[in-house]
Write a protein that binds this ligand. Sequence first.
Ligand code: ATP
Ligand code: MG
Length: 307
Amino acid sequence: MIEIEGLTKIYENGVEAVRGIDLTVEPGEVFGLLGPNGAGKSTTIGMLTTTVIPTSGTARVAGHDVVREPLAARARSSVVFQESVVDASLTGRRNLELHARLWGAAGGRVDESAAMLGVADLLDRAVTTYSGGQRRRLEIARALVSNPDVLFLDEPTVGLDPRIRHELLDVIDGLQSDGRMTVLLTTHYLDEAERLCDRIAIMHLGAIVALGTPEELRAELGAEIVEIRVERDAERALARLREHGVAGDEAYVVGSTLTMPHPHGGTTATIAAVDALELGALEVGARRPNLDDVYLRLTGGRLADAA
Ligand SMILES: Nc1ncnc2c1ncn2[C@@H]1O[C@H](COP(=O)(O)OP(=O)(O)OP(=O)(O)O)[C@@H](O)[C@H]1O
Ligand SMILES: [Mg+2]
């Protein structure tokens, strides 16, 4: 449903926002694009939704090339941008109607989409009177009125309180329950990605640095990780652990936390070795790796290396 080959964007100011990414998203898949600020996620969505012109490479949405057939590609997809695009001076209903008319969709979809997102009761109020969460729901409803095959969501839950965020996650999950729509979303919330996404790509500095199901990505760190928090200079603690053969090349530091995936000789022996070195650790523990660990190893660790 989405086919990307060697897709690259270099902005006029010389920033290489996306550096030759390859990606295929299957019909009905919910795909998550994760990465730190500036990784190139919004630029990628911009190219897939024809608002950003690629520098090189190709992308097809529902079989339509985004550069050669932009209207056809846009007609099969919908996007909720990171920034709000609804006209706040109009009512919710007017916003949905305008969008439906623009994309030649039947008016009936307006009420249906609004009901699906739980904003039916608000439709006749000006959007200026909506709360942040209500506006976000309206934006998703707006994206759905054209009955898209592919839905792009750029940080759909940013700035929402935890309760509204979880409600919205249920809604997004529900949208996809019939398996008909393909969804590509970006997020900084890894729990969200884990809950919603069939597969995930982690982007860093314009490149895809990891790709797989959440389980596959977690498995790269082994069954357990050992984590140490030190008062200061985690890099120095890591150097000592490496000198003594306790930590391997895979160990990494983010801030004051030192993480050892696949601990040599097992978790218990590693913790004992850490204690014996008297690193002045504030905390030493072992736990199952989660998606945060995968993300931090690939982005936080490398960010620190680059600094
Ligand atoms: N219109 C533009 N002109 C020039 N540079 C841009 C433009 N838009 C984005 N960039 C740059 O391209 C890089 C990627 O930006 P992008 O918005 O795609 O990142 P992102 O992954 O969506 O980040 P965030 O998580 O903060 O939303 C950044 O370095 C950004 O400053
Ligand atoms: Mg962005």
